[in-house]
Design a protein around this ligand. Structure first.
Ligand code: FMN
Length: 94
């Protein structure tokens, strides 16, 4: 089997600026409901990127436990690498 022939079609919907909510949190809620309805695996998984004190970026997966207009809530250990990164560089997270 050729890896190049592996391809999944994503043709359920298009994405246009006119289709999305002006409020990004509201739009996230719409997409999250769609992901739940589609029975997506780990629908509340998100990618969290941080930057260390030395400027080295890294990313990992965390699970969203709640979200509202203040942002996204997830749990972790303060002594983890991401915990140290956020302490040193709180505005480097995305
Ligand atoms: C599906 C999935 C969900 C995860 N959820 C969390 C989470 O909610 N919180 C967390 O600290 N780590 C979670 N992890 C583990 C992190 O991705 C990461 O490996 C770990 O927290 C150590 O990261 P760090 O050393 O960069 O701080 C999850 C991993 C996977 C694969």
């Amino acid at each position: 089997m050729s890896l190049a022939s592996l391809r999944k079609e994503y043709q359920q919907a298009s994405l246009s600026e006119t289709d999305v909510a002006a409020d990004p949190i509201q739009q996230f809620g719409i997409w999250f409901q769609q992901a739940l309805k589609a029975d997506a695996s780990e629908a509340n998984a998100m990618s969290l990127s941080t930057v260390s004190a030395a400027g080295r970026p890294s990313s990992r997966i965390v699970l969203i436990k709640d979200f509202d207009q203040r942002g996204f809530c997830w749990f972790t250990n303060y002594n983890s690498a991401k915990g140290h990164d956020l302490e040193a560089n709180p505005y480097g997270a995305a």
